[in-house]
Design a protein around this ligand. Structure first.
Ligand code: DWN
Ligand code: SAH
Ligand code: ZN
Length: 405
């Protein structure tokens, strides 16, 4: 038995993905013998409705000076963050000398839009290598983990913030209580918090189980986010669906009574009730859907192999670590994975040790099939890979269902 991180109710896992390595733990051959593994299991709390990992590696083990994910690898995401910054500036930065703080600012992909507008900004980013890229771009960055202590330090040095932003970071932080306390400290009385993360509703509807890996400690819904922050004198004032990362939700929060909540909040809570996101049976069904997806993907890849077809993985995403390890997909089924990130290239995928090679290697000799491991970037990738398709190349996808396209 474990206790829910949010409300301390006793909980137990509804499913396990077995032994998993760090999702971004790309390794050299010398590191194979000492690779770290942990049990990736997921729990649902019937009281506060938070979906959470039973166990997460230490934050410093995942987020450090060798962090492998650089946000700037997707042009579509850069455009998404430009629009995010624009909507915050228009709707929430009325005050002169307003301050924007971003948690998990990575290489500065979002803050650069505020910098360009001359808005006072600060990024809080513990992974020193990605933070260094942001700093080179002239973006003020504090290389620290966000928590209540960090928030107090920021307030002492810069004052309170008009907007505190986060993308794909809140769901990474196990100590949500310290985050919520930190937001209480950091936010001006009329300030706004806006953060987005992969949405539980999309994960369930699309059987997108690859959103579950070490870094993703939580799968949020409006219901669970509202519950958590209500304990800290804050309320959900909006919930806006996003297409990014295969289906995300942007949550806007303010101090209770400071803003009038949008009718979208009540509508979303009702939709989540209809979807059964508060019911254990929904997660039992999800587990069965994952098992079926695994069987279908493995038998499709085995068939490709017996037909002597070449299959290459496209994009060495964090998400793919769960898929490859859960489905036990080794280099006998996938020749290599192509990825544009220099620090992943020349290394091997976590756990299954599939070689990661630069994009040029993909173009040099197109395979028969590309397994679309970055299915969330499908539009961008297909636009770039017209030539592969012209030459008869096909995509194997597994979300929302296993199929060849
Ligand atoms: O939440 C998180 C999100 C924001 O980013 C983090 N925990 C880690 C990471 O997750 P991911 O690795 O699943 O992210 P992406 O954006 O789906 O994948 C990016 C990877 O795909 C990079 O290694 C670059 C690669 N890529 C590529 O090789 N060619 C991406 C695109 C768009 C491409 O055309
Ligand atoms: N916001 C970017 C990066 C997401 S990856 C984007 O959406 O593309 C998650 C980032 O959060 C990593 O850069 C990681 O180092 C950072 N992070 C993890 N824990 C954190 C914490 N406690 N405080 C601030 N950033 C954190
Ligand atoms: Zn709970």
């Amino acid at each position: 038995m474990r206790q829910c991180v949010v409300c301390r109710t006793n909980i137990s896992p509804f499913m396990s993905f077995g032994r998993q390595p760090l999702a971004n733990g790309f390794v050299t051959k010398e590191q194979f013998a000492n690779e770290y593994f942990f049990e990736l299991a997921v729990c649902f709390c019937p009281t506060c409705k938070m979906v959470q990992l039973a166990e997460q590696p230490e934050p410093q083990q995942m987020f450090n000076e060798n962090y492998a994910f650089f946000s700037g690898t997707s042009k579509y995401m850069a455009e998404h963050f430009r629009k995010f910054a624009e909507s915050i500036t228009q709707d929430h930065l009325g005050e002169p000398d307003a301050l924007v703080v971003e948690i998990g600012s990575n290489d500065g992909i979002m803050l650069q839009a505020f910098k360009r507008r001359g808005v006072r900004h600060l990024g809080i980013e513990p992974s020193a290598n990605v933070a260094a890229v942001a700093k080179e771009r002239g973006i003020s960055t504090l290389v620290m983990f966000f928590n209540a202590d960090t928030a107090r330090r920021v307030v002492a040095e810069h004052g309170q913030a008009d907007a505190v932003l986060g993308a794909n970071v809140m769901c990474h932080i196990a100590n949500l209580h310290s985050v919520a306390e930190g937001l209480q400290v950091l936010l001006k009385p009329k300030g706004v918090v806006a953060f987005e993360d992969p949405y539980l509703g999309d994960v369930i509807e699309k059987t997108a189980y690859d959103q579950i890996y070490d870094e993703h400690m939580f799968l949020f819904s409006a219901t669970s986010v509202g519950y958590l922050f209500s304990q800290y004198g804050m309320e959900l004032i909006d919930a806006v669906p996003q297409e990014t990362h295969g289906g995300s939700m942007r949550y806007l929060l303010a101090r209770r009574g400071a803003r009038v909540p949008s009718p979208r909040v009540a509508e979303r809570l009702h939709k989540e009730f209809e979807l059964g996101l508060d019911q254990p049976a929904t997660f039992e069904q999800f587990r069965r859907n994952c098992e079926r997806s695994r069987e279908q993907l493995v038998s499709l890849l085995r068939k490709c192999k017996s037909d002597s077809r070449r299959v290459v993985g496209y994009a060495a995403t964090s998400k793919s670590t769960t898929v490859l390890n859960y489905c036990d997909i080794s280099p006998d089924l996938i020749e290599f994975i192509t990825d544009t990130t220099p620090i992943k290239q020349g290394k091997y995928s976590p756990g299954k040790h599939i070689p990661v090679l630069p994009h040029e290697r993909f173009c040099e000799r197109y395979p028969d099939y590309a397994l679309l491991l970055a299915w969330n970037h499908e539009k961008e990738i297909l636009a770039n890979e017209q030539e592969f398709m012209k030459r008869g190349g096909k995509w194997i996808v597994f979300v929302p269902r296993v199929e060849i396209r």
